[in-house]
Design a protein around this ligand. Structure first.
Ligand code: EPZ
Length: 418
């Protein structure tokens, strides 16, 4: 099992081209099931989560090739509508396949999904949406059986703007006769990216990003080439890392609008941010001021996927912060590990009270889930002495060689085997 060995204290200087968004690539890979012609996806990021989704597509019968950073998918030979537990349990995004399989085959048999352990992560909003559209749903023996022979268009009001449920229902409706409306739909940039991909395939989808998405069914889709957006969470992670370490880092290929909430929070407190076109420059003296009250929420609010990284920043910021996690009910697993490094944090329910300390010190810490592990890495970059971060398979799910990217900015970090 690999670990990361970090010697803290270096400032970060340089530039990084941000890789494609994991949370765009995953639903887009699922949506390939809806098409029977070749699709080319550019800037394939090769995270372990995207690898898992490619394995699922292959298990369904799709042919997948990799060429010069492109993913070439031929879904014409798809023959199966079932996803077994050993594959489904590796990623949350296996549940997105439900909608795509219903769109293609009018039936599906999918094992319960996996994903980061940051809460119960139920799928009731997904399933109630399908039932509203006439899908027969049965849950037994760890599988979800869906029959969409009698599926019809209609209006679905999501009780919560669930990202995955929005995406799954979009995909289930693109080949459905009539007009389907999704109300209280998620507004994340990755939802807009999925809409743009579906439209490129010939689907009629509009309204993504507004909270109300309208899908007008079409008979068939055609192949296309597509480049998913850059990963705003990776970019946000490196912005926060620069604010913590000090330095001057330019992030390229990312849309600053997708990080407006973070930029508003960090600018002039933890660092100075210059955002223009598809570039974000972060400069910092490495002496951040506490952010005060921070609340995560659905887009365009502060992303829950940056909460752990902001907590690491707060642990060394001058002053106190209160971090409220409004999206997932169990997303503070990184706190005990940060406390091992000298952080002063108290968690009560969904609130973390953080008092900034002059410095953290290196320790052996253990990653528990994707973004929490990223926050431990950021803490190691500023801690005195050496930090080892174990279980880094979690961070490999959504960052491509994070240690190489950070080392390219001057961090003293390397991957070591046990
Ligand atoms: C997506 O997860 C992302 N994953 C998550 O990123 C992200 O944190 C999350 O959206 C919120 O932005 C992917 O896109 C692969 P939700 P998803 O459905 O779709 C509750 C990362 O680090 N809920 O919007 O699972 C749920 O429990 C990962 O990259 C229900 O109650 O998120 C949670 O409290 C982590 N019933 C809230 O809604 C449902 O049927 C938001 O979940 C579905 C969700």
């Amino acid at each position: 099992m690999s670990k990361l060995l970090i010697h803290g204290g270096n400032k970060l200087f340089g530039e990084i081209a941000i890789t494609a968004a994991k949370n765009s690539y995953l639903p887009i890979l699922a949506a390939c099931v809806l098409c029977e012609e070749q699709i080319v996806l550019h800037n394939y990021p090769n995270y372990t989560d995207t690898q898992s989704m490619c394995k699922i597509l292959s298990s369904l019968g799709a042919n997948i090739d990799f060429c010069d950073g492109d993913l070439i998918i031929d879904p014409s030979s798809l023959f199966s509508w079932g996803i077994e537990s050993d594959l489904a349990c590796q990623v949350r995004s296996s549940i997105f396949m439900l909608g795509a399989l219903l769109g293609r085959f009018k039936k599906a048999r999918v094992a319960y999904p996996g994903g980061c352990e940051i809460g119960a992560r139920p799928i009731d909003i997904h399933l109630s949406g399908f039932k509203k559209l006439g899908v027969k749903v049965e849950e037994k023996h760890g599988y979800i059986y869906c029959n969409a022979e009698k599926m019809h268009s209609g209006t679905v009001l999501l009780e919560f703007p669930s990202v995955g449920a929005t995406e799954s229902l979009m995909m289930a409706s693109v080949l459905l006769n009539g007009e389907t409306r999704l109300l209280n739909a998620a507004k994340e940039p990755e939802i807009v990216d999925l809409q743009n991909f579906l439209v490129k395939l010939g689907a009629k989808v509009r309204g993504a990003g507004s909270g109300e998405i309208i899908i007008e069914g079409v008979k068939k889709l055609h192949g296309c080439e597509f480049t998913p957006i850059a990963d705003r969470i990776i970019a946000g992670t490196y912005m926060i890392g620069t604010a913590m370490c000090g330095g001057n880092v330019l992030l390229k290929g990312v849309n600053p609008e997708h990080l407006r909430a973070l930029i508003d929070k960090l600018d002039k407190t933890a660092c100075v941010i210059e955002a223009k076109n598809d570039k974000i420059r972060v400069t910092s003296d490495g002496k951040p001021i506490a952010l005060g009250k921070v609340e995560t929420s659905v887009y365009p609010g502060l992303p829950t996927d940056l909460q752990a990284q902001i907590l690491a920043l707060s642990s060394i910021s001058e002053g106190s912060s209160m971090i409220i996690e409004n999206v997932f009910e169990s997303r503070f697993k990184h706190v005990p590990e940060l406390i091992k490094m000298g952080a002063d944090v108290h968690v009560k329910d969904r609130v973390a009270f953080v008092r900034g300390v002059p410095h953290l010190y290196g320790a052996s810490v253990c990653g528990m889930e994707l973004r929490g592990t990223a926050s431990l890495i950021l803490a190691g970059l500023v801690a005195e002495g050496y930090t080892t971060v174990s279980n880094i398979r979690h961070v490999d799910r959504g960052y491509k060689n994070i240690e190489l990217e950070l080392a390219s900015l001057g961090a003293d970090i390397k991957r070591i085997d046990d």
